[in-house]
Design a protein around this ligand. Structure first.
Ligand code: OAD
Length: 244
């Protein structure tokens, strides 16, 4: 039996990282001397940072939210949506570590954002999650922090360092039954996402990695495809279209 073959009976789990959005103009994490868009991660992406200086954190996330409006999905996002349409959303689970909405805008359905979403905010008191594209700190009221109707302080719906990623039970269940695991544009160093490859290997899934450079774990993939995701992924999906 050819384990690599993807067909109508396959159950595919795809994990994407910052590399899939790089060609859309969104910066990756590990290429900037520990800085993220000129900020130190510990100043803007931890619960302690938010307690210490919520305004700085909101200013940072407002910038990220604004930046989203200036970028568009690239051929890699579209190729994944095409693959999901070929197999059906119940047979292709798309998990992303990215907080942008480029998978959705590229046409993918039921995207699992395990590290949260830039366009959602959460009340620190009643925990209500709201989708909003508005600026949270308006320029003329820079001192005013955003609050929920219940009076609680709003925070970005983002998983910060030291916090538990979202949807882990759902993800574990999907990994436990997958026949194929595909990682795209992720350095494979941030857990728990970095451990998905091992879980998939243990249950005998066929594993494929796409990355610009071989990441540390590239030898663990059954197949590793090097190059820009925006070029390699559409080619690969088109070659599958003939099989499915
Ligand atoms: P990284 O910045 O660690 O890794 C990006 C990966 O994408 C690298 O391995 C690059 O070689 C690769 N890459 C860059 N451009 C590419 C391209 N055009 N095509 C294909 N690959 C490309 O980003 P992640 O692995 O996503 O967590 O980082 C994981 C997590 O670390 C993030 O979600 C974030 C960060 O801390 C949180 O915010 C909780």
């Amino acid at each position: 039996m050819d384990r690599s073959k993807i067909d109508q009976h396959s159950r595919v789990v795809v994990l994407t990282g910052a590399g899939i959005s790089a060609e859309s103009g969104v910066k990756t994490f590990r290429d900037n001397d520990g800085l993220w868009e000129n900020y130190r991660i510990e100043d803007v992406a931890t619960p302690e940072a938010f307690r210490r200086d919520p305004q700085l954190v909101w200013r940072f996330y407002d910038q990220r939210r604004k930046q989203l409006k200036t970028v568009a999905p690239n051929p890699a996002h579209h190729a994944l949506a095409q693959l999901q349409a070929m197999l059906g959303p119940e047979r292709l689970t798309l998990i992303t570590q990215n907080v942008d909405d480029l998978h959705e805008r590229g046409g993918s359905k039921a995207v699992i954002h395990m590290h949260g979403e830039l366009l959602k905010v959460r009340c620190t008191r009643c925990r209500t999650i709201t989708h909003t594209e508005a600026d949270m700190l308006s320029d003329d009221q820079a001192e005013t922090l955003p609050h929920c109707e219940c009076g609680g302080l709003l925070r970005p719906h983002i998983v910060w360092f030291g916090e538990m990623p979202f949807e882990m039970d759902f993800i574990q269940n999907k990994l436990a039954e997958c026949t194929h695991f595909i990682a795209i544009g992720t350095s494979g160093v941030v857990y728990p996402a970095a451990g998905f490859l091992q879980i998939a290997r243990q249950i005998g899934a066929y594993t494929i990695g796409f990355n610009l450079e071989p990441p540390e774990n590239h030898r663990l993939f059954d197949q590793f495809i090097q190059g820009k995701a925006g070029q390699q992924l559409p080619q690969w999906v088109n070659s599958l279209a003939l099989q499915v």
